[in-house]
Design a protein around this ligand. Structure first.
Ligand code: ATP
Ligand code: ZN
Length: 604
């Protein structure tokens, strides 16, 4: 609730500041180094696999990864969260109850080391970094419903209960382990997946040899059930090429993994053995369940599960696919809980071809980007530019080109020009209902088809194509404006002027539909469009996807004063396109946001 209120407030602020410049684990192996000192447990005692024991009807529960607080967020963490927020907003538009869960993963060796390196105790360190995630989510208009920290006491209670269930099911045993460990992944690595000098392929740093006496989770017992989950429900892992990856891991044989650490103090103690702490991944994944509870509720698994489990969607980066698509389902089966409905592993934002990451330190600063360009531009660019699922590289030139062309020109200018004409010729008042204005006009059918394209692509998480469909609506509106040239028709007067007045209604209806259809991606921009069309913040906040249907604008509705809804980004010393191109090729440009002048003068 608090989040919702904050979001409304924030939206209202967006209205006041239209040019939102914001100056404002792993399976280990070890053919050579791995040995058990104890026998494997026998097979599971109870039937475990169920994908839908809990049906939560129209509730859509989605999660981002719980981000590791070894360092503040970067554009990669923001990317997943922006995508999740857009999906959550779309699902809310469909009328579903949404529980959007995000949070921070705060235990483990990497955190303890990072805290020490910064001269802080781990708890202080986690408070600070976790807060920086919340601040960034606010800047980016992320309307999450639950923010879980794995250091929350309610989480610890759930983890211990879960551990006890898995133990009671005979799936935890004690053994020695010796292997190569990547501290940044917090995972023992299979030697065959390492690069030269035993370097982790994700973090490009050598893994260290470790020998420990740990508790193990008997993943190998679930091999067959995991195979069945994937073959019976191929939707479980998306996109489909990631499913192939997961299937091949499982086919090559899953191995038990260690779920405790003897050398790490900063973690949840293993029940009945306070010399060990629970492995950070075994702990963190449960955040998706503990997040469902309220702080003042009795904390137990059954309560948590009744509040929304299983999740409809785990949205993650491909780096943590194995945890979510192999370990997590097996852990849930062991505890007798339902499996999430889908795990979607998107690609990496890269820098020079390498995954941008905290450990590598090659990150793009999201706070800086938002301050320079505003949340709408940042959200739009990454979701439009990177096909969801694939990797994508960032370049400032491309960023500026895309947001200027799409948001400032195709959408912003069209609205501005139309409102300018309406003010000059119709006293900013619509002459007729948009349904009547569009009678016999093919543009209406085109828009309806594109709305449907946007909807199906949002539904299948093809966010880039959904953006593309909305932009096509804008292109269709621009073409209509250019073909009809209403400014000429107004000059002709009489019937022509009457037709021109209807044309403006048609284009403004197009703008209204764009605002609704783009609201999951760039909500503040949509709100600004809506308010220019004469709607209140409350009216905007109650839109649903059915508002993409043609016919919302009515005759007599008075439009607001025209003012640009999206600030075109200008380069510092820009003096014309050619000069800009030359400059760009010579040195990295510095960008700033500048308000573009309305373009109504020449046409009017
Ligand atoms: N470069 C990236 N591109 C896309 N998503 C990313 C990227 N980096 C992190 N993420 C998101 O964050 C998740 C990993 O969170 P984590 O807190 O471990 O961040 P990290 O920067 O990858 O950390 P590290 O570099 O220490 O491994 C990924 O699964 C993904 O959701
Ligand atoms: Zn690693």
């Amino acid at each position: 609730m608090a989040t919702r209120l904050n979001t409304s407030l924030h939206n209202a602020l967006c209205l006041l500041k239209p040019f939102n410049t914001l100056l404002i684990t792993k399976p280990f192996s070890s053919r050579n180094s791995f040995r058990f000192s104890k026998k494997l447990p026998s097979s599971p005692r109870r039937a475990l696999y169920c994908t839908s024991s809990h049906e939560n009807g129209e509730t859509f529960v989605l999660t981002t990864p719980l981000y590791y607080v070894n360092a503040p967020p970067h554009m990669g963490s923001a990317y997943t969260t922006i995508a999740a927020d857009s999906i959550a907003r779309f699902q809310r538009l469909l009328g579903k109850k949404v529980i959007f869960i995000t949070g921070t993963d705060e235990h483990g060796e990497k955190i303890a080391t990072s805290a020490a390196a910064n001269g802080r105790n781990p708890a202080e360190h986690c408070d600070l970094i976790s807060q920086s995630y919340r601040v960034l989510w606010k800047e980016l208009d992320i309307a999450y419903d639950k923010f879980i920290r794995t250091t929350d006491p309610k989480h610890e209670a759930i983890v211990k209960e879960f551990y006890a269930r898995v133990f009671a099911n005979g799936d935890i045993y004690r053994a020695d382990y010796e292997g190569l460990y990547c501290v940044n992944c917090e995972e023992y690595k299979d030697e065959k997946e390492l690069l030269e000098n035993n370097c982790c392929p994700v973090h490009q740093m050598p893994c260290v040899a470790r020998k420990e006496d740990n508790y193990f989770f008997a993943l190998s017992k679930y091999q067959k059930q995991l195979e069945e989950v994937l073959s019976q429900n191929p939707q479980f892992v998306q996109p489909s090429y990631r499913l192939n990856e997961v299937q091949s891991w499982i086919k090559s044989g899953v191995r038990d993994f260690s779920i405790s650490r003897a050398l790490v103090d900063w973690g949840i103690p293993v029940p009945d053995d306070d010399k060990q702490t629970i492995y950070v991944w075994f702990d963190a994944l449960l955040g998706y369940i503990s997040a469902l509870t309220e702080d003042n509720e009795q904390q137990n698994l059954d309560t948590a599960v009744s509040l929304g489990w299983p999740a409809s969607l785990h949205l993650i980066g491909k780096d943590i696919l194995r945890f979510h698509a192999v370990y997590w389902p097996a852990m849930l089966m062991s505890a007798g809980l339902s499996l999430p409905k889908m795990v979607f592993g998107h690609g990496f934002l890269t820098k020079d071809g390498m995954k941008m990451g905290k450990s590598l330190g090659n990150t793009l600063e999201p706070f800086e980007l938002v301050q320079k360009f505003g949340p709408d531009a940042v959200r739009y660019f990454f979701l439009r530019e990177v096909e969801f699922g694939n990797d994508g590289d960032y370049s400032e030139d491309r960023f500026i080109k895309i947001v200027n062309a799409h948001l400032a020109n195709t959408i912003g200018n069209l609205l501005n020009r139309t409102l300018g004409l309406l003010k000059k010729n119709c006293e900013s008042t619509l002459v007729v209902d948009s349904t009547i204005a569009a009678e016999g006009i093919p543009l209406k059918d085109t828009v309806e088809k594109l709305v449907e394209k946007a909807r199906t692509n949002y539904e299948s998480l093809s966010l880039s194509t959904a953006c593309e469909a909305v932009l096509e609506i804008g292109n269709a509106g621009n073409s209509y404006m250019d073909q009809r040239a209403p400014w000429m028709l107004f000059k002709q007067g009489g019937v022509s002027a009457e037709a021109a007045a209807k044309d403006l209604v048609i284009i403004l209806e197009v703008m209204r539909i764009i605002a609704v259809a783009l609201s999951p991606i760039s909500p503040c921009l949509s709100l600004r469009i809506y308010s220019q069309l004469g709607y209140s913040v409350d009216q905007f906040n109650s839109i649903t996807w059915s508002d993409t249907k043609w016919g919302g604008l009515k005759g007599g509705q008075v439009m607001a004063q025209a003012s640009p809804v999206f600030a075109r980004i200008e380069l510092d010393a820009e003096k014309g396109v050619e000069e800009k191109k030359v400059k760009d090729s010579k040195k990295k440009s510095k960008a700033k946001v500048k308000v573009e002048q309305p373009q109504t003068v020449t046409e009017a």
